[in-house]
Design a protein around this ligand. Structure first.
Ligand code: NDP
Length: 298
């Protein structure tokens, strides 16, 4: 990918300009990178590594992975991408609910660290809520923090009631983020979850911000309002979706891109400034929720 230093710097400046703040005061760029399905096809691995590395150079520092992704394959690809730049990244991984108790959390974490070739995570998430009592998971997360194996912990796929319950248990207030599905075609969390999290100063990490594949994506990408607003900014519909997802300053989006050209487009989305008129047009096409909706989950 041929980019001049000047172009790289200009894009990075835009990326760094849009941030979210964690409850501990850590400031992160609102655009990061996902890794689901990386490593699934070995013939694509070199491209995926280069894509993650370009993203890092462009300031997309937050890299999201999980022990679940390809049974650790995505973590191994991530390790290769970060071989010479671990410290520049803000590395996130996730523990499966079945491993999130006293018996297995530490060994799951250590296995992730070993696959990721690092001795700490910046953030460790409970992938979704399972059978282990939340109190037990929080205690284990805090132990990992005390040992320096993780800097902070959070959750994923938690709805408003789960977040409330978490906040009421001992240590639960240390939760740094909640990672949830969010894009223009799936706005349910705007009804009560995002407002609740905003009150607690807990940012959301938006997964599937590009609506992945399938019918829904087609509906979004062929929608006349989406096309009109994208065209008015001279960007692609997917770049528009990304810019929309980070518009509040309370959401950090983690699009997955296994190709450098996609990473470059995604990073450039940080430079799109949506106007009140654009937002109104998009709201009319995809209205914000007027009542509580069940949490959307992949
Ligand atoms: P996304 O919405 O990020 O979409 C990814 C798809 O979009 C890929 O096929 C990718 O293709 C393509 N793409 C990326 N950039 C562009 C572009 N600029 N133009 C055209 N196509 C593009 O879906 P994900 O499901 O991957 O979600 C993002 C991340 O969120 C995951 O990778 C994972 O880290 C996390 N996640 C978390 C979940 C949870 O339960 N906590 C659940 C699901 C995801 P290509 O790779 O070819 O570039």
């Amino acid at each position: 990918m041929e980019l001049t230093n000047k172009e790289m710097t200009a894009i990075k400046n835009e990326v760094q300009h849009h941030t979210v703040t964690l409850p501990d005061g850590t400031v992160l760029p609102s655009l990061g990178q996902g890794t689901w399905h990386m490593g699934d096809d070995s013939s694509r691995e070199e491209d995926e590594i280069q894509a993650l590395q370009l993203g890092l150079e462009l300031g997309l520092r937050v890299i999201d992975t999980a022990e679940m992704y390809g049974d650790g394959r995505a973590e191994r690809v991530t390790a290769k991408a970060l071989k010479h730049s671990r410290e520049e990244a803000f590395l996130v991984s996730k523990v499966l609910p079945s491993n999130a108790g006293r018996a297995r959390l530490q060994s799951s974490l250590e296995n992730s660290l070993s696959r990721l070739q690092t001795d700490y995570l910046d953030l460790y998430l409970l992938h979704w809520r399972g059978g282990v009592p939340l109190q037990e998971t929080v205690e284990e997360m805090e132990k990992m923090k005390a040992q320096g194996l993780i800097k902070r912990w959070g959750v994923s796929n938690f709805d408003t009631a789960d977040m409330q319950e978490l906040s009421e248990i001992t240590g639960g207030e240390a939760c740094a983020v909640n990672q949830v599905l969010y894009h223009l075609g799936s706005r349910g969390i705007e009804y009560s979850l995002l407002p609740w999290m905003k009150e607690q100063a807990i940012p959301a990490m938006a997964y599937c911000p590009l609506a992945q594949g399938g019918n829904l994506r087609q509906q979004l990408l062929t929608n006349p309002s989406v096309k009109k607003v994208a065209a008015s900014h001279d960007v692609t519909e997917l770049q528009l979706l990304l810019a929309w997802s980070i518009r509040s300053g309370k959401v950090l989006s983690i699009p997955k891109a296994g190709r450098q050209e996609h990473v470059l487009q995604n990073a450039r989305a940080a430079g799109i400034n949506l106007t009140a008129e654009d937002l109104k047009e998009l709201d009319n096409a995809f209205p914000a929720p007027r009542q509580k909706q069940p949490l959307d989950i992949v």
